[in-house]
Design a protein around this ligand. Structure first.
Ligand code: KG4
Ligand code: ZN
Length: 333
């Protein structure tokens, strides 16, 4: 029996989860509302809220799993990449807990954990598979050879996919994080109404900065002529932006899968909750005869279940770290 406590605190979610023998028994997520009014995460505020939330979040995860804290065999925590102040809270808590209970500690790469969320429940992909990881800070096409053997095939040269959603949302006056709100408006709009440009980037890398600029200029021009333009066309604007972002991502994913001759294809990270991306990936998977893997909504955005499951696989390898471990704001996959 292995009972793992997982801790996540890279950005603006404080989360704790309990994994027993590879099964998730609790996954508590405290999302920080304080950033909404600023249009983005304020690091100093994030770390303070993590400090307030960490103990009640862990206590609730233990309670929900119906275990006692003495039943925990090891602690896994997000070591990075993320915001230093936020990471310090989760890392310090995990280290203190492991020290007090005299149990092993496991450092987890947050971007690997997004991918390993696919091993929480069936259907689980088989190795090697290709994963498009799309979050607020990262956009990566990753060849996953084994649980902890991953190779970066392509990445964004500028903004992440989540940033493309969030920055567009800010331009049109929606609060942070704007991705889910764009998704909601897009469902009622026409994706072909405003044809935004497609970047021409060689290889498997991706760029969103040109798209972001063209959206900004387009909306500035239109509102100069008609101040109510955004309000009157919000559904079509969101649908057009979303379909362009999804096309950019899926074109590169298709190119990489074809090049590597891989038919096991997954998506992960916060933006994999996007309904347009999920629908279009299903259609592409059918066309290309791929086996596709799409995480449950609760395992797309930041959560500790993915940290706990990654910790479980490290535990099986007896791959532990020492108390001298420090967080990493940047950490390649
Ligand atoms: O993985 P995540 O929770 O945190 C990071 O590690 O960054 O991803 C957060 C990102 C935000 O940019 C948010 O707007 C985006 O995921 N997101 C979405 C949706 N749900 C979350 N973007 C588009 N459509 C959604 N439904
Ligand atoms: Zn994340």
């Amino acid at each position: 029996m292995a009972t793992i406590l997982g801790i996540e605190s890279t950005c603006d979610e404080t989360s704790a989860a309990i994994c027993i023998d590879g099964k998730i028994h609790s996954n508590v997520i405290a999302t920080q509302q304080v950033h909404e009014q600023y249009g983005g995460v304020i690091p100093e505020l994030a770390s303070r809220v993590h400090q307030q939330n960490i103990i009640p979040t862990v206590e609730l995860s233990i309670q929900n799993a119906k275990i006692h804290k003495n039943d925990i065999d090891a602690v896994a925590f997000s070591r990075g990449p993320g915001l230093m102040g936020s990471l310090l809270v989760g890392t310090s808590f995990a280290k203190a807990f492991a020290l007090a209970k005299k149990i092993p500690l496991m450092d987890i790469n947050h971007m690997q954990a997004h991918i390993l969320a696919h091993f929480i429940e069936a259907p689980k992909p088989s190795f090697p598979f290709l994963c498009l990881t799309v979050s607020g800070g990262h956009t990566q096409i990753v060849l996953v050879k084994d649980y902890f053997d991953m190779q970066l095939i392509g990445t964004t040269l500028d903004d992440a996919a989540g940033e493309a959603f969030d920055k567009t949302a800010k331009i049109i006056g929606l609060p942070y994080p704007g991705g889910p709100l764009i998704d909601r408006h897009a469902r009622l709009g026409s994706p072909d109404r405003f044809p935004f440009p497609k970047p021409n980037i060689p290889g498997f890398d991706i760029s969103f900065s040109g798209l972001k600029t063209s959206i900004l200029y387009f909306l500035q021009d239109q509102t100069r002529q008609d101040p109510a333009f955004i309000q009157e066309n919000i559904q079509d604007i969101c649908a057009s932006v979303q379909s362009r972002i999804v096309r950019i991502l899926l074109d590169k994913l298709e190119k990489a899968a074809t090049h590597l001759n891989i038919r096991e294809v997954a998506i992960a990270g916060g933006v994999s909750a996007n309904s347009g991306l999920r629908t279009e990936l299903k259609a592409l998977g059918e066309k290309k005869n791929w086996n596709i893997y799409i995480p449950k909504f609760e395992y797309c955005t930041d959560n500790a279940a993915m940290i706990a499951i990654a910790g479980y696989h490290k535990f099986l390898n007896q791959d532990f770290c020492g108390q001298d471990i420090a967080p990493l704001t940047r950490w390649s996959i």
